[in-house]
Design a binder for this molecule. Structure first.
Ligand code: ZN
Length: 278
C-alpha cells in the first residue's frame, strides 16, 4: 500500500511539474524598454530635411534617443547616440553650419542610471550608421551586432578604401537581409526600411504592460511634419526607396495598432516616457 501511495504521489508531482512548464511556455515574456538621451541636435537649416524649399529659413530642436530593450533571453541596445567626445560643457557647431550638437553624458553613466552595465548586452543594433546613431557603438564589442548585410558592406565592406572607424571594433556580427525577429517570439522585430541609408531599419517592440506595441522609426522620419508630409531629406540614399519604406512602415503600424515613436522628436520622447510611467 505504501508503495502504491508513493507511486501515486510521484505521478502527481511529475504531472504538476509538466503543467507548470506548459504554463511557462505560453506566458508572454516580460519585455521592458528604457529610453536614454544620446544627444541634443539643433538643426539650424531645416531645409536639409526636404527635397524642396518647404522648411527653408526654419530651425528645429531634435533629441537623439537610444534605447535599451530587456527580454528574458537577453538585452538589446538600439542605436548609440552621438560620440562621447561631445560630452562637453558647451554645444559644438559642426563645420557644415547645419547642426549644433552636444551629448549630455557618457554611456556608462547613462546605463548606470537605469541599473545596466556595458557588459549586460547580448545584442546591439542601429537604425543606420550615421554619426548621430553610432556614437558609443565601440563599447558594444562583446554584443552581437545585428545589421543588414548591405548596410554592413556600406561601412565595413572588403572593397572599401576607408572603413567606418565608429563600428570597426564590432567583430561579432549577425548579418541579416530584411525583417528579423530578434528573440524568435515576435516581441522584438527589426523592420527593414531602406532609403535613408541603404540598409536602414526600424524596431517593433511589444512592451509588457503597455496598451499598444511601440514602433521606433529610426530616421525614416525626423519630426512630426516630416511624417505627415512624407518629407525626404536631401541627403537620403534613395528617395523612391524611402517613400516605399514609409508606405510599408505605415501599413505595419496600422496592422499592429502601434504607437509610432519618432526617435529625433523631443515630443515623442516625452510621450513614451509618460506611457512608461503609467
Ligand atoms: Zn539621426
Amino acid at each position: 500500500m505504501k508503495k502504491i501511495l508513493f507511486f501515486l504521489l510521484a505521478i502527481t508531482i511529475v504531472s504538476c511539474k509538466n503543467s507548470e512548464k506548459k504554463a511557462d511556455e505560453t506566458t508572454t515574456p516580460e519585455v521592458k524598454i528604457y529610453q536614454l538621451v544620446g544627444g541634443s541636435i539643433l538643426v539650424k537649416k531645416l531645409e536639409v530635411f526636404s527635397q524642396d524649399t518647404t522648411y527653408t529659413g526654419q530651425s528645429k530642436q531634435f533629441t537623439d534617443a537610444y534605447y535599451v530593450i530587456s527580454h528574458p533571453k537577453g538585452n538589446l541596445m538600439w542605436d548609440a547616440g552621438l560620440p562621447e567626445q561631445l560630452v562637453m560643457p558647451e554645444p559644438y557647431d559642426e563645420p557644415s553650419g547645419v547642426y549644433r550638437i552636444q551629448r549630455p553624458d557618457s554611456l556608462v553613466n547613462q546605463l548606470k542610471s537605469i541599473g545596466f552595465k556595458v557588459d549586460d548586452f547580448q545584442y546591439f543594433a542601429m537604425s543606420h550608421s550615421h554619426f548621430d546613431h553610432t556614437g558609443h557603438a565601440n563599447y558594444m564589442k562583446n554584443a552581437t551586432w545585428i545589421v543588414q548585410e548591405n548596410e554592413y558592406n556600406s561601412v565595413l565592406g572588403d572593397s572599401l578604401a576607408q572603413k567606418d572607424a565608429s563600428v570597426a571594433s564590432l567583430t561579432k556580427v549577425k548579418k541579416i537581409n530584411g525583417d528579423y525577429d530578434v528573440f524568435g517570439d515576435g516581441t522584438v522585430i527589426i523592420k527593414y526600411t531602406p532609403g535613408h541609408t541603404v540598409g536602414h531599419q526600424a524596431l517593433y517592440v511589444e512592451v509588457s504592460g503597455l496598451e499598444k506595441p511601440v514602433l521606433l522609426t529610426g530616421d525614416l522620419y525626423h519630426f512630426e511634419e516630416n511624417r505627415t508630409n512624407k518629407g525626404v531629406p536631401s541627403f537620403n540614399y534613395d528617395v523612391k526607396q524611402t517613400l516605399e519604406s514609409m508606405v510599408k512602415f505605415e501599413a505595419f503600424a496600422k496592422e499592429k495598432n502601434a504607437e509610432v515613436i519618432i526617435q529625433h522628436s523631443p515630443k515623442d520622447f516625452e510621450k513614451l516616457e509618460k506611457l512608461l510611467k503609467k
